[in-house]
Ligand binder design. Structure first.
Ligand code: APR
Length: 246
């Protein structure tokens, strides 16, 4: 994939790069994107109808089993060339700092080795008491059955930001501060439909950063981006890394 000269120059000059990622960056690992059709026994459900507090209140066992299925999917895959290119970018001697702000809950950036990751929407592998007692440690083998909080007996839920829930204040503050302080903002593999994540490129642009979109298809950000790489993250990110190394 050819990197426009203006983007290559920005990569070489950048001191601080922020990368906003969505499900598209994990697609080439084999993780279905959020709006991909679901498969198997989950085909008849829409994620938007399961990833909500109402769905969990209505049928916590169903929602728990859906997340157990997703954890199984993610455990069976590996980070891809896109994830690893971001790790190499942050390790370049004298290179830029790289902050990854991800909407993904699959943990693949951290598994690839990225060190500065904001899990804006939480994690499939973190849990908390639905009754508000706080974090719950569930190490050991996958639990297919819905666990109960040992302190209060309420169901345990994934520590994921569901539709209609507020993001963790500190995570959003960190994401906004990084977006406002960066020289280069890469929006990769996200449909740009869900706020406040979708508003971060605007913050970066308003603060003077160059905004580059990596996505095979057009999104609401496309018209505002300074440059667009119309292709898969697994190809674009290694090409961006190579441009960094020039
Ligand atoms: N490389 C880059 N982008 C890709 C690739 C790829 N190989 N394959 C697909 N895409 C793009 C799609 O074109 C789409 O724009 O990834 C995007 C995935 O969009 P969504 O499925 O909407 O996922 P995402 O943007 O992460 O959703 C954001 O919305 O539903 C909530 O909390 C959920 O975190 C999720 C958030």
């Amino acid at each position: 994939m050819t990197i426009p000269e203006v983007v290559s120059r920005a990569l070489v000059d950048a001191k601080r790069i922020v990368v906003l990622t969505g499900a598209g960056v994990s697609a080439e690992s084999g993780v279905p994107t959020f709006r991909d059709a679901q498969t198997g026994l989950w085909a008849r459900f829409r994620p938007e109808d399961l990833a909500t507090p109402e769905a969990f209140a209505r049928d916590p066992e169903l929602v728990w089993r859906w997340y157990a299925w997703r954890r199984g999917l993610v455990r069976a895959v590996q980070p891809n060339a896109g994830h690893f290119a971001l790790v190499e970018m942050e390790r370049l001697p004298g290179g830029p700092s790289v902050t990854v702000i991800t909407q993904n809950v699959d943990g693949l950036h951290a598994r690839a080795g990225s060190r500065d990751v904001v899990d804006l929407h939480g994690s499939l592998f973190r849990f908390k008491c639905a009754g508000g007692c706080g974090p719950v440690d569930l190490d050991g083998p996958e639990r297919e059955e819905l666990p109960a909080c040992l302190r209060c007996g309420a169901p345990v839920r994934p520590d994921i930001v569901w539709f209609g829930e507020a993001l963790v204040w500190e995570d959003l503050e960190r994401a906004e501060a990084a977006s406002e302080a960066c020289d280069l903002f890469l929006s990769i593999g996200t449909s740009g439909l869900v706020h406040p994540a979708a508003g971060l490129p605007r913050l970066a642009k308003a603060a003077g950063a160059m905004v580059v979109e990596v996505n095979p298809t057009e999104t609401p950000l496309s018209a505002r981006a300074d440059a667009i790489l119309r292709g898969p993250a697994g190809k674009a990110l290694p090409a961006l890394l190579a441009a960094c190394r020039r």
